[in-house]
Design a protein around this ligand. Structure first.
Ligand code: SAM
Length: 200
């Protein structure tokens, strides 16, 4: 990952969503993107040029566009019509983003457009976040990674966030090895990045 001093950047053309440019790089803002927060807080999972990524919860393509600056292909799944319009515009200007309008609960619907991926990245803010991630493991290569951005308040606003993360972790450990759990404070409250790898 490229940093200029304390600033995380990505190496694409600017003007995607009004982001700042620094020395010809796009500034990747940790307050707008949980993935940027993860990296600035010391997250260890690198994005590399040959990677194929399934991105669940693409929204308007802000984070998707930065991921696409680093990897080969991003399959970007979003089910809400309004952000999908912005995502389509982002994808139109890049060759390596495949926008997919679909419900991430139903991977069968987009399986025909998919290939096996090195990384499943999920940021859907739903009560059944772990279940959605599990359903999408069908696309993950052995040795590949899952990054689940867990919004604990979406699972249960009344429960202790640490308990929600522990429960999610235990569920994921039935299928995957958990390699890292990282809280995203101070950038995103009550969010944790859970990084897992698929046994080879
Ligand atoms: N990842 C985005 C970023 O960093 O720019 C922000 C994602 S936002 C927190 C969550 C998004 O997930 C919303 O756009 C929402 O419509 C989408 N979403 C929620 N549930 C979904 C589902 N089951 N299938 C597809 N998209 C979903």
């Amino acid at each position: 990952m490229i940093r200029l001093g304390n600033v995380l950047v990505s190496p694409g053309e600017g003007g995607v969503y009004g982001e700042r440019m620094l020395e010809g790089y796009r500034v990747w803002d940790p307050y707008r993107s949980k993935f940027a927060a993860y990296y600035l807080l010391g997250g260890g999972l690198d994005l590399t040029p040959g990677m194929r990524v399934l991105y669940l919860g693409a929204a308007n393509g802000t984070t998707v566009s930065h991921v696409a600056d680093y990897v080969e292909t991003v399959y970007a799944v979003e089910f809400a019509p309004r952000p999908m319009q912005d995502l389509l515009e982002v994808a139109r200007r890049r060759k390596n983003i495949v926008p997919i309008m679909a419900d991430a609960n139903r991977p069968d619907a987009y399986a025909p457009f998919m290939e096996a991926v090195d990384l499943v990245y999920q940021d859907v803010a739903q009560p059944n976040q772990v279940e959605i991630a599990e359903k999408n493991l069908v696309f993950l290569k052995p040795g590949g990674h899952l990054v689940l951005m867990l919004k604990t308040r979406s699972v249960d606003v009344r429960r202790d966030p640490a308990d929600v993360v522990a429960e999610a972790r235990a569920g994921l450990e039935q299928h995957l090895d958990v390699v890292e759990v990282r809280w995203l404070e101070p950038y995103h409250h009550d969010h944790a990045a859970i990084v897992c790898s698929r046994r080879g």
